[in-house]
Ligand binder design. Sequence first.
Ligand code: NAG
Ligand code: NAG
Ligand code: NAG
Ligand code: NAG
Length: 259
Amino acid sequence: MGRCRGGLFGVALLATTIGFAARAQPRQVNGVLGGSVLLSPLLPPNKTVTEIEWSFSAGATVVVAGFGPGGFERPDPKDRFKERLEMFNATALKIRALERGDSGVYGARIKLHPALVEDQSFNLSVYEPLPEPGIRSWLLSKSPAWCHLLLECHLPSGTGGTVAWMRGWGEPGGVRVRALCGGVLQVGVQPGSPNTTFTCRAWRALEERRRSIHLASICWNGGDGVRPGRWTVVAAGMLLAAYAARLEFPKVPPWHRHQ
Ligand SMILES: *[C@@H]1O[C@H](CO)[C@@H](O)[C@H](O)[C@H]1NC(C)=O
Ligand SMILES: *[C@@H]1O[C@H](CO)[C@@H](O)[C@H](O)[C@H]1NC(C)=O
Ligand SMILES: *[C@@H]1O[C@H](CO)[C@@H](O)[C@H](O)[C@H]1NC(C)=O
Ligand SMILES: *[C@@H]1O[C@H](CO)[C@@H](O)[C@H](O)[C@H]1NC(C)=O
């Protein structure tokens, strides 16, 4: 009995802590320069919203919009947002043509029928559009039976995205893959493998970019991989040794990296 009550008390305490944390922490929202973003408050079910006042803080706090009985209002239509704010629906605010200076904390003061007031906030970060990931390849060795390559996929530093390699469709036969660190794969390919397309997927929030590489063409048609120059092989071997020394290899690709 005592234990049970203790458990319930614990649950209640946890609930209030989470509730408090949810209110105090702004929700993270990411936008892309020139794109648009939706700030949509979470509302309790069965409540009627009578009014929402939206404010923006980046230094000083200013009221930027109001949703009320009179519809959509802009207290200062000459502020930094000009025509870029819209009432998406009864509760969500849309910001269009995002600019870097739109990054900051947006507050929503929500009035619920009959007299409840709730505050929610959003932390908007506006990023440069996600660039296409870069792929580099090194031919490690080639024989009539196997071709060994090192592949690296990367995003420019500071981009704040994640990359992972994906295999092409079709039979996995004739291809061996080992994931190293930092978006690097060591791959062995046999001539005549059904599909040697490898795709690097880069993503950040809702943005995604992909880039593919055809291993067969690098190995056998002199495609866009680096040719097996002696120094390339030495450099790649050193790189490989460095990765091998530093890491325990995860067994299963795709391998993820955070920048
Ligand atoms: C409130 O929610 C309950 C279900 O949770 C529903 O049956 C009821 O119709 C709702 N009342 C109103 C006024 O929307
Ligand atoms: C407004 O749109 C958002 C995003 O689609 C949705 O989550 C929210 O429920 C909508 N609110 C209303 C009142 O329809
Ligand atoms: C908002 O997000 C940015 C970038 O993620 C972060 O640096 C900043 O501390 C956040 N601000 C708040 C108030 O959470
Ligand atoms: C190989 O796989 C890719 C998907 O990664 C697909 O787009 C392509 O059509 C496939 N090629 C063949 C010959 O199956």
